[in-house]
Design a protein around this ligand. Structure first.
Ligand SMILES: *[C@@H]1O[C@H](CO)[C@@H](O)[C@H](O)[C@H]1NC(C)=O
Length: 317
């Protein structure tokens, strides 16, 4: 009997030592970088205990993520959804937060395109949708789509039109060089060279688009709600369109001093905010300076993009 008991104890002790190690491994995701340009290329890095999963079940939990641009190969925690309160945000009708943290509005026009960021090796345009209630002097506008140009490549993300809104139905559509990528059943997509990734961060209507070394863009698709409509008196015709649009947050990673665009100009080293001072709702003009002829055009007056810079020369890493 004693022998049996001590044997049992040994088994229990062994199980206690071994089991947590096994389960600890399973309770933590690993992340890696798929771009050859990254220092962490194909290295397998364990997620921190504070955020063990890349796609946690709780939508509010922080997720594990690796910044492939960083010289340090270490996984970090972050909020998955873009924040409309953070630097680089473009939300609502449209309200931007510049590099200096100052909030401003830009009055564009519906069904037209504007350069949000135009730099030597990156261009980001937005297509505006909008609505003008009877008697108003200008359109209310929202960002419906983004078009990215870098080198000879083109990426787009758009919110598809909806009359009635259902959170569970996906309204995101992506394209790479004109071909649709990532249908609603697929959680992530990567270009062949690993430089472009698109990753869903919940089952519907949220994603992160990364162009290696240049930009990370968090997007949500949201509708205009009855409450928004009441507060702002948009007079939305809800029976035909709920104006599904994008909430965006940009993380711009490699800008030159010449960067321009509605949002981009706030990242210039010589930028001085003149719109903000003492005004409750600073509105920035620039319709003529930033208007492009299409989602993928770089023909605005202030555009500095050149497709000949493919970004491969900045490989000091
Ligand atoms: C995208 O298209 C451009 C020109 O149409 C081409 O030069 C480029 O290689 C394409 N990108 C990829 C990754 O296929």
């Amino acid at each position: 009997m004693m022998k049996f008991l001590s044997l049992l104890m040994i088994v229990v002790i062994c199980a206690c030592i071994v089991l947590p190690q096994i389960s600890a491994q399973k309770l933590q995701d690993k992340v890696t970088c798929s771009s050859r340009k990254s220092r962490c290329f194909l290295r397998s890095i364990s997620c921190p205990k504070q955020c063990p999963f890349t796609t946690p079940k709780d939508p509010k939990a922080k997720s594990c993520y690796i910044n492939c641009n960083s010289p340090i190969c270490k996984a970090e925690c972050r909020h998955r959804k873009p924040s409309c309160k953070g630097i680089g945000a473009a939300c609502y009708d449209p309200r931007f937060i510049g590099a200096d943290g100052v909030v401003f509005y830009f009055h564009g026009k519906r069904d037209e395109h504007f350069a949000l960021v135009s730099d030597t090796n990156l261009q980001i345009n937005a297509r505006f949708i909008g609505h003008r209630p009877a008697g108003r002097a200008h359109d209310y506008t929202w960002i419906q789509a983004l078009g990215l140009l870098f080198g000879p490549h083109k990426v787009s993300v758009e919110a598809t039109k909806a009359s009635t809104w259902d959170n569970k139905v996906d309204h995101l559509k992506f394209s790479f060089n004109g071909t649709e990528i990532l249908d609603s059943a697929t959680s992530s997509w990567k270009s062949l060279d690993g430089d472009v990734t698109v990753e869903r961060i919940s089952s519907a209507n949220s994603a992160i688009i990364t162009v290696y070394g240049l930009v990370e863009i968090g997007v949500n698709v949201v509708p205009i709600t009855k409450e928004d409509d009441r507060v702002h008196n948009y007079q939305i015709p809800f029976d035909v369109d709920c104006f599904a649009h994008l909430e965006v947050q940009f993380r711009l990673l490699d800008l030159s001093a010449d960067v321009d665009g509605v949002l981009g100009r706030t990242y210039r080293p010589d930028y001085e905010n003149r719109a903000g001072l003492g005004v409750a709702m600073p509105v920035v003009g620039g319709y003529d300076k930033y208007k492009t002829t299409s989602l993928f055009a770089d023909d605005c007056k202030k555009c500095v993009f050149s497709s000949k810079n493919d970004g491969d020369d900045k490989g000091s890493m």
